[in-house]
Design a protein around this ligand. Structure first.
Ligand code: SF4
Ligand code: SF4
Length: 169
């Protein structure tokens, strides 16, 4: 097991524990508000990028080309919110769901000390008095473990370097 696969397993266990008795949990395919309202361009460690790149490599050429165009526009966008360039905007689905970064896996299920739940939809449910028995994951602990994988770079930078190297090969 690598640190990243350990993280995946631990996050999945927490997510399943939260969802276990809540069949109507808000997060589901097609609920893409979080992918459309990013506070910043996603930042990935090299290991996260390597996994994501494997998922991107398996996509049809046209889909990858469309993603590339959105990467370019995102790299030049100066104000938030940002929409993830990987998101399939027609279906609200993530085309690299199995390879998605850690932040996408914890969002909605993990809480950072003093920063709330992030997802406005879930925060609204909590504010309305629901989900009182949920044991949320500890985002600070996840961030600490993720930091041991080294520095992060913007998704747009990883992608641009990959495409440039692919064309040069
Ligand atoms: S975190 Fe919020 S916006 Fe994202 S899938 Fe879950 S409920 Fe939807
Ligand atoms: S990688 Fe997938 S899950 Fe994460 S923000 Fe982008 S579309 Fe959403």
């Amino acid at each position: 097991m690598t640190i990243l696969s350990d993280l995946h397993a631990d996050i999945e266990a927490r997510v399943q524990a939260i969802r276990e008795h809540r069949r109507e949990w808000l997060c589901s395919k097609g609920c893409d508000n979080c992918c459309r309202q990013l506070a910043q361009i996603p930042q990935l460690t090299a290991e996260e990028w390597n996994l994501l790149r494997a998922g991107l490599s398996a996509l049809p050429a046209q889909q990858l080309q469309d993603i590339g165009a959105r990467m370019v526009s995102l790299a030049h966008q100066s104000s938030r919110p940002f929409t993830c360039p990987l998101l399939d905007r027609a279906t609200g689905a993530c085309p690299v769901y199995a390879e998605r970064p850690i932040a996408c896996r914890t969002y909605g299920f993990y809480v950072q000390r003093g920063s709330g739940l992030y997802c406005h939809d879930i925060e609204a449910s909590v504010a309305a008095g629901a989900l009182t028995d949920v044991v949320w994951g500890n985002q600070d602990a996840i961030d600490h473990r993720l930091a041991s994988l080294g520095e992060t770079r913007a998704l747009t930078a990883w992608f641009s370097e990959w495409i440039t190297e692919s064309f040069a090969a």
